[in-house]
Ligand binder design. Structure first.
Ligand SMILES: Cc1ncc(COP(=O)(O)O)c(C=O)c1O
Length: 388
């Protein structure tokens, strides 16, 4: 018997980090001290008050049953309250808020709720790879919107051709942005909402990093009143509270878009463990607590150490205003793969090649500041010794 798997798996883009992963493993196996600045996963533990809440919630038998499909009502209520407090926008927790199993799950399911085979999804590149794979799984065609430095890493909406606009049903955007760390201003959100309304395209804003910021609080797309006619926004507790492993997030926005996503989810998952949703209530209610705010100070210090250190050895990097990523330009004579390979082979430091996020990312690298300042200083020291 010859087993053939689905063509859609073959349509996924090649995994560009194979070589880097292999080399990293070889170095570790050979006993080298490899500094991994690749993974966007907080290294610090979840704050204790959140773990304490989980310990309590796990003993409640009411939490042991199937979760309600849209999520624990108190979680959605807390989301609505937090959203109003943080972004000034009001959402009906019954109809405009949905609990998700992290934001990746919601992003992954969104195209199934919106597009038919052959429709177009507008996807930023470089970008979080799930926008593209989820669109492919839904049978959509992907149209890439390049994020270029000269445009402050915002997509050039005017450059999207008329025939593409006609066939597009969904656009993904993501600010604060992974991997470029760019933030979007109100003017951009106004333009993107108008674009969606004019062209009947749902705007799906991935806002997973709005709470990891250093100077100014990043905006929600719902700073634009009309956004609720056309947009859905994905949020996550993963980065804000060091809860990546807990898998809890939420979507807010247009009631029809929320209901469509809920319909897909009802048929493929049974929601997130109620105890985790109750933990989410506790976390969101104390987002301004000392324990949570201290995390931002830690990232700020790391960012400053890293960026100032890399600048002092001649690398072209800027301080990000948000996210825990630093997006840098490879030195002259290198593309992203050759630079990241050299840094890995000779300095034993893992950076992510920008091209892995899309072709406009070539010539750049991404660093995650998810290691402590001593390790960052050690990484800078090692890179400073390279002949570039
Ligand atoms: C841009 C972006 N969106 C969404 C996610 C998914 O986060 P989660 O599923 O943990 O909420 C990530 C994770 O790295 C991300 O970088």
């Amino acid at each position: 018997m010859k087993i053939e798997f689905a063509d859609r798996l073959k349509q996924l883009p090649p995994y560009l980090f194979v070589e880097i992963d292999k080399k990293k493993r070889q170095l570790i196996d050979a006993g080298h001290d490899v500094i991994n600045l690749g993974i966007g996963d907080p290294d610090l533990p979840t704050p204790k008050f959140i773990i304490d809440k989980m310990a309590e919630a796990i003993y409640d038998p009411a939490n042991h049953q199937y979760p309600l499909q849209w999520g624990v009502p108190q979680f959605r209520q807390q989301v609505a309250e937090w959203f109003k407090m943080r972004f000034g926008a009001e959402f009906d927790p019954q109809a405009e808020v949905l609990t998700t199993i992290g934001s990746k799950e919601a992003i992954g399911h969104m195209p199934l709720a919106v597009v038919n085979p052959g429709d177009i999804v507008l996807v930023p590149e470089p970008g979080y790879p799930v926008y593209q794979s989820a669109s492919i799984f839904a049978g959509a065609e992907v149209f890439h919107m390049p994020l270029l430095e000269k445009n402050c890493y915002l997509p050039d909406l005017d450059a999207i051709p008329e025939d593409i606009r006609r066939r597009a049903r969904l656009m993904f955007i993501n600010y604060p942005n992974n991997p470029t760390a760019a933030v979007a201003d109100r003017d951009f959100f106004e333009r993107v909402v108008k674009f969606g309304l004019d062209n009947d395209i749902i705007i799906a804003h991935d806002a997973a990093y709005t709470e990891v910021y250093f100077e100014h609080r990043p905006l929600s797309i719902f700073c634009v009143e009309q956004a609720r006619e056309v947009a859905i926004e994905f949020h996550s507790l993963s980065k804000t509270f060091n809860m990546t492993g807990w898998r809890i997030g939420f979507a807010v926005g247009n009631a029809n878009a929320i209901a469509a996503l809920a319909k897909v989810k009802e048929n493929v998952d049974s929601g997130q463990f109620n105890a985790i949703q109750w933990t989410g209530v506790e976390a969101l209610a104390h987002i301004d607590s000392v324990e949570v705010r201290a995390l931002l100070d830690i990232y700020r210090e790391r960012r400053d150490v890293l960026v100032e250190g890399l600048q002092s050895i001649g690398l072209d990097v800027k301080k990000p205003e948000a996210t825990f990523y630093v997006w840098g330009k490879c030195p002259v004579g290198y593309d992203s793969m050759s630079f990241c390979s050299k840094v890995l082979e000779e300095a034993h430091v893992v950076l992510i090649p920008g091209v892995g996020f899309g072709k406009s990312g070539d010539g750049y690298f991404r660093i995650a500041i998810t290691v402590d300042t001593d390790r960052l200083k050690e990484a800078i020291n090692r890179i400073s010794k390279l002949k570039l």
